[in-house]
Design a protein around this ligand. Structure first.
Ligand code: ADP
Ligand code: 5GP
Length: 198
C-alpha cells in the first residue's frame, strides 16, 4: 500500500545533513544513495557507506560515459549520483534518502520522481561557522560563502528544519517522513481498495 519515497536533504555544508541522516537511519529502514566524489575521505568516513571516493580521472571518465543521473562541483570537488545507484535503490522497497547540494536539490523534483526536499539550516551564521570549525574543515570560507546564497533559496524547497538541538531536529525530520507517508498521493489507493473489499 505504501510507495517508496525520495527524500532529499540539502542545505549549507556543516548544517548537519549527514548527522541527521545517520540518526534517522537508526529509526527508519532507509536506503541511502551513496554518491561518487573526488573529495578525500574525512576521518571516520567509510568507502561505499558514505561515498565512493574516486580520482578526478575516474570521475571524468564516468561523466563522459553518461553514468551520472546528476552531478555537481562544489568547494573544488565533484560529486555525483549514478544511474546505477538509483536503479539499485529503486529495486528495493525502502524510502530513498539523498544528500545533495543546493543545485542538485533545485533539480531534484525533475531528476528524482516527486522528491521531497528538506532544507537543513542552523539558527545562525555563527553556529554554522562553529560546526565547520569543529569538523576541522580547511576551506571554511568557501563553504560559508555558499551558505549566504543558500538562505535566499529556501522557498524553493518543501520543508525547513533548523538544526539546533539534535534530538528535536531528529524528531522534526521523522515527523516529515511520517506525514509524507500519510499523503493520499503517496499511498497506493488501488491496493488499499483491493484490501478493503477482500
Ligand atoms: P553536513 O553533512 O550538513 O555537512 P555534518 O552532519 O557533517 O554536516 O555536521 C557538521 C558538524 O556539526 C559535525 O561535526 C557534527 O557532529 C556537528 N553537528 C551536527 N548536528 C549538530 C547539532 N544539532 N548540534 C551540534 N552539532 C551538530
Ligand atoms: P561534503 O564534502 O560536505 O560531504 O559535501 C559537500 C556537498 O556536496 C554537500 O552539500 C552535499 O549535499 C553535496 N553532495 C554530496 N553528494 C552529492 C551528489 O551526488 N550530488 C549533488 N548534487 N550534491 C552532492
Amino acid at each position: 500500500m505504501r510507495k517508496n519515497l525520495f527524500f532529499v536533504l540539502t542545505g549549507p555544508s556543516g548544517a548537519g545533513k549527514s548527522t541527521l541522516i545517520k540518526g534517522i537511519k537508526e529509526k527508519f529502514d532507509l536506503a541511502f544513495s551513496v554518491s561518487h566524489t573526488t573529495r578525500a575521505p574525512r576521518e571516520g568516513e567509510i568507502e561505499g557507506r558514505d561515498y565512493y571516493f574516486v580520482e578526478e580521472s575516474v570521475f571524468e571518465k564516468m561523466l563522459k560515459r553518461g553514468e551520472f543521473i546528476e552531478w555537481t562541483e562544489v568547494y573544488g570537488n565533484k560529486y555525483g549520483t549514478t544511474k546505477k545507484e538509483v536503479e539499485r535503490l529503486l529495486r528495493g522497497e525502502k524510502d530513498i534518502v539523498l544528500d545533495l547540494d543546493l543545485r542538485g536539490a533545485l533539480r531534484a523534483k525533475t531528476v528524482f520522481k516527486d522528491a521531497i526536499v528538506i532544507f537543513i539550516g542552523t539558527k545562525s551564521f555563527e553556529d554554522l561557522k562553529e560546526r565547520l570549525r569543529k569538523r576541522g574543515e580547511k576551506d571554511i570560507e568557501k563553504r560559508i560563502s555558499l551558505a549566504k546564497e543558500a538562505i535566499d533559496l529556501i522557498a524553493n524547497f518543501d520543508y525547513l528544519v533548523i538544526n539546533g538541538e539534535l534530538e528535536s531536529s531528529l524528531r522534526e525530520v521523522e515527523s516529515i517522513f511520517v506525514s509524507e507517508h500519510l499523503r493520499t498521493r503517496n499511498i497506493n489507493l488501488s491496493k488499499y481498495k483491493e484490501d478493503f473489499f477482500k
